[in-house]
Design a protein around this ligand. Sequence first.
Ligand code: GLY
Length: 425
Amino acid sequence: MRVLVVGSGAREHAIVHALRRSPEVSEVFAAPGNPGIAQAADLLPVAVDNIPALAEAAADLRIDLTVVGPELPLALGIGDEFSKRGLCLFGPTSVAAQLESSKVFAKDFCHRHEIATPQAMCVDTEEQAREAAKKFGFPVVLKADGLAAGKGVLIPSDQEELDEALETFFGRRSFGEAGTKVLVEEFVVGTEVSFMAISDGVNALPLATSRDYKRIGEGDSGPNTGGMGAHSPAMGLPKGLGRTIMDTVITPVIQGMAAEGREYRGVLYAGLMLTEDGPKVLEFNCRFGDPETQVVLLRLEGSFAALVKSAADGQLAPGGLSWRREVVACVVAAAYGYPGLPRKGDDITGIEEAMAQPAVTVYHAGTRMEGDRLLTSGGRVLSVCGRGPNLEAALETAYRGLGTINFDGKTFRRDIGADTLAQEE
Ligand code: GLY
């Protein structure tokens, strides 16, 4: 099987790595990829939003399966274009990807299909937003309707922060077109859980559970990021939760989308809050989580290529997936300044030494080559993963790997998994 992976982050590096371990796969291409991915795939210099060029490349290279990492090409219709040309792609069409690309669509969809979600109001002026915020009280959640590179959610906890948030949305128009409509949502309390499932449009299979750490600072402080670390399994979740989420969220979504003529094939990522009244949907993503994918795929037994190809073909085999019993932990090394304006161009050393350690895997994200120098080139630079018989060992391995890697301004959290370990005691 000849496969193409679209994207250039650590998630896509993990996807390439999983495809390389799949016995059916003969050739792997990535567009545009990164220096780490280049060690396992042939890179194509095509941007993720250049849909015609990606389709052209897939046709020219006789690609049997394309796997899409980020949400942007899905929202732009890569699924539609590939389907029109008879090319096999794992990922939803643009109308199905609206579950992520329009928060208003997703909220209305939940209401139509009686999927539990926090109360919200859709507004398009500052005055309406103030009224809605008054109704829900502080803290209150404000979400840009469209895609905002993971930055479109603000949670003001007092009047001053609300004024600043409204200035961001309606004064400075910081989210552009994506912020024309805004969801003002009640803040719900509980444990946050990410849940991913693979669907062929009719059936869905859950992936292993994982826990990610979204804030930049230790003790879950500071601004949200794309994710600073993760571990799989999630651990400490109530027994039977996976079944409950499949029955009350994933299956109703897949059935509801099919009933609305928006068949959902691909990975469905539900961001959930486990409240006293059960799981409530905070958001959907139409793609694999990052860094959740890095930890989950290292635990997958069997062929990732066969799994996603069967889903893309609408023929997911029934029965569950098998997972290694070991734990995988991931610590993200970010650039100085992340998640604001990350500094670029710092020399990175020590990756080979890290990879030489047992049970360590390093995935590249914001890296680039300049001659024979490896430099930082983005916010999240590397995902360093460690495997172990338990979380403590997996974390120890990941942090030991990270310890050999150096670049100026290396920013990471020292407390990934610490809350889970404390719960276990
Ligand atoms: N780690 C969060 C996300 O992928 O959206």
